[in-house]
Design a protein around this ligand. Structure first.
Ligand code: FNR
Length: 361
């Protein structure tokens, strides 16, 4: 590959070269047939633009406001587990890149640095992603630590009552290190000598009984706004509104949970309609281009989250790689806006895109 990296997909190639197979597969892989993994990307490619011309685009402004926080562009860092498997500086490097990019980082519950370490390492606006274990005291402990360390929202991941079946991890007999946030609270001893150790661990610890009425409990242990991640239907969007979620993240967990769920971009619009503008709707899954971000915004997302490209940038080049990933996405979005006739993110609307469904009508 030529020296200059020209798009975020190229970091995936570099990450593959840089990482042991077990870890590369963990980051890149999806569940079972990986149908949704491909669809997340390909569904974006079936949406086309209807650009407007002769609009003054001599200044294109990308900045936006998320839950009251100004960021440089509608692109945030999705929570992804165990960044130290990608790079020795782990989440600290990612957090510094987030701060330098002036964006929001959502720290994974399953991080390889603690909430406190990440908070001390940078002044980026941070949200904390929560998994709820059978041992509810762990959620209480982590939510309170996140709140104390200045995280601004809790992102409850709702699509993981059990871990999806990731066959590469099973074949590789994936072993992951002790989760840093749980040190002193719960040991992550090897619970299986067969298949994916992460799967065995997760299935032993995750609380599969977690349900809508438990959100009241979650609200009772924090003053932070709660975003619900993993919504794919209008029914669940409506329920999330009813229980007072501060925002919704349309996500299929990067196609790592239930295979054959729809590509997130294909269900965004109906979720947005169900929410009716009452709370912000975000999207992740398959965002690899500035054009993808524009399409998500045109279909009603307030911002997107990016998962794998960040991890691949981190694996290839550490903090600089993550920063470059964010910069390339911003530059592409800026050019897309100029060419589509949108001088600011507020100018992007439904009339700028045509979906496959519309084309078939
Ligand atoms: C994830 N994701 C995830 N989500 C979450 O809520 N908690 C987590 O710990 C993780 N961990 C994780 C690890 C890895 C390696 C990946 C790829 C993904 C899902 C993540 O937040 C997001 O939904 C997807 O990554 C978005 O899709 P893309 O951008 O990776 O296509």
């Amino acid at each position: 590959m030529a020296d200059e990296i020209v798009n975020v997909n190229e970091y995936q190639v570099l990450a593959r070269q840089a990482l042991p197979k077990m870890y590369y597969d963990f980051y890149a892989g999806g569940a079972e047939d990986e149908h949704t993994l491909k669809e997340n990307v390909q569904a974006f490619q079936r949406i086309i633009f209807l650009p407007r011309v002769l609009v003054d685009v001599s200044n294109v402004a990308l900045s936006t406001t998320i839950l009251g926080y100004n960021i440089s562009a509608p692109i945030m860092i999705a929570p992804t587990a165990m960044h130290k498997l990608a790079h020795p500086e782990g989440e600290l490097a990612t957090a510094r890149a987030a701060a330098k990019s002036n964006t929001i980082m959502i720290l994974s519950f399953s991080a390889s640095c603690t909430v406190e370490e990440v908070a001390a390492s940078c002044d980026a606006v941070r949200f904390f992603q929560l998994y709820v274990y059978k041992r509810r005291d762990i959620a209480v402990n982590l939510v309170q630590r996140a709140e104390k360390s200045g995280y601004k929202a809790i992102v409850l991941t709702a699509d993981t009552p059990r871990l999806g079946r990731r066959e590469a991890d099973i074949k590789n007999k994936l072993i992951v290190p002790q989760l840093k946030n749980l040190e002193g609270l719960m040991s992550m001893e090897v619970v299986s000598d067969k298949g994916s150790n992460l799967e065995a661990y997760a299935n032993e610890t995750m609380d599969p009984s977690l349900c809508w009425r438990d959100i009241a409990w979650l609200k009772s242990i924090t003053n932070l706004p709660i975003l619900i991640k993993g919504i794919l239907t209008r029914e669940d969007a409506t329920k999330a509104m009813e229980i007072g979620a501060a925002g919704i993240i349309v996500s299929n967990h990067g196609a790592r949970q239930l295979d054959y769920t729809p590509a997130t971009i294909s269900v965004l619009e109906e979720v947005v309609q169900a929410v009716g503008g009452k709370v912000p709707v975000f999207l992740d899954g398959g965002v690899r281009r500035g054009t993808d971000i524009f399409k998500a915004l045109a279909l009603g997302a307030q911002a997107v989250l990016v998962g794998r490209p960040v991890v691949f940038g981190l694996a290839a080049k550490g903090e600089a790689g993550v920063k470059k990933v964010m910069q390339m996405l911003k530059d592409e979005l800026e050019l897309t806006m100029a060419l589509a006739g949108c001088p600011s993110v507020k100018d992007i609307n439904r009339s700028h895109v045509r979906t496959e469904r519309q084309r078939l009508q």
